[in-house]
Design a binder for this molecule. Structure first.
Ligand code: NDP
Length: 244
């Protein structure tokens, strides 16, 4: 039996792309998935599909930039199941632009969702994991967490931050809590839809031609979850074969 079976897995940003595909895959493998995002119509539809297919899913509106929201998301799942096994901090935004376009509002949005959102997931889940003496954080970074691209300075900074926070967390609580970073390369999703800078929109259209399906990232996430409790997959980088 897969060790994903019966695990309670919370997924932020489950309304599209990687989060949605991961939710489907983990539910197929017997996890109780708990879906969070702002677009509840999407979550409702996905949860219904999962249930029709014989899986277990609940959903709740979640803005990861808001700590109270995140706390309620985690507490609600904990109350429903009496435990939480995995929190996937996946929600993210990528409104790329050169720094001299001074899109300060978009920089702040990325900081709020991509960094604060992950920290809020940790803040809400860590006390539960420490009490249980088990649990796994899966934080979604990017190849942009390993290299900086022109036009992506702030996005890359947020993804470097996800790596740094995850490694620090692993060193501090690793005896009881598993910490995994998933770093995707270009993947089919709605991520580029947040780009408002015309030049970057154009560049991204070209770059995304080699994108891999989001299920590819879901499989990497599943691999990290199904390891025995004493095995912590620290990071998986998954990118298209054709990636430069
Ligand atoms: P999508 O745009 O398809 O999905 C992003 C998800 O994040 C959506 O479900 C969205 O839901 C959610 N989200 C955004 N803001 C918030 C918020 N404030 N609170 C809660 N949820 C929020 O893109 P991906 O699936 O590609 O992105 C998932 C992760 O993968 C991101 O962290 C991204 O940076 C990372 N990644 C993606 C790559 C790619 O090429 N696709 C490459 C490398 C990393 P809603 O709008 O309903 O709230």
């Amino acid at each position: 039996m897969s060790s994903i079976q019966n695990k309670v897995v919370l997924i932020t940003g489950a309304s599209s792309g990687i989060g949605e595909a991961t939710a489907r895959l983990l539910a197929q493998r017997g996890a109780h998935v708990v879906l969070g995002a702002r677009r509840t119509d999407r979550l409702e539809k996905l949860a219904a599909e999962i249930k029709v297919a014989g899986g277990s899913a609940r959903f709740r509106r979640l803005d990861v930039a808001n700590l109270d929201d995140m706390q309620a998301f985690v507490d609600d799942a904990h109350e429903a199941f009496g435990k939480i096994d995995v929190i996937i901090n996946n929600a993210g935004l990528m409104p790329l632009s050169p720094l001299d376009a001074l899109k300060v509002g978009e920089w702040n949005q990325m900081i709020d969702v991509n960094i604060r959102g992950v920290l809020h997931g940790i803040a809400a889940g860590l006390p539960i994991f420490k009490k249980q003496k088990s649990g796994q954080f899966i934080n979604v970074s990017s190849i942009g967490g390993h290299a900086v691209f022109a036009g992506a300075a702030v996005y890359c900074a947020t993804k470097f931050a996800v790596l740094a926070i995850s490694e620090g967390l692993r060193q501090e609580v690793g005896a009881d809590v598993r910490v995994t970073v998933i770093s995707p390369g270009v993947t089919e999703s709605e991520l580029a839809s947040t780009i408002t800078h015309e030049g970057m929109q154009e560049g991204m259209r070209e770059f995304r031609k080699i994108a891999i399906p989001p299920e590819a990232i879901g499989r990497a996430i599943a691999f990290s979850i199904e390891q025995p409790d004493d095995v912590d997959v620290n990071e998986i980088i998954v990118r298209p074969t054709a990636s430069p």
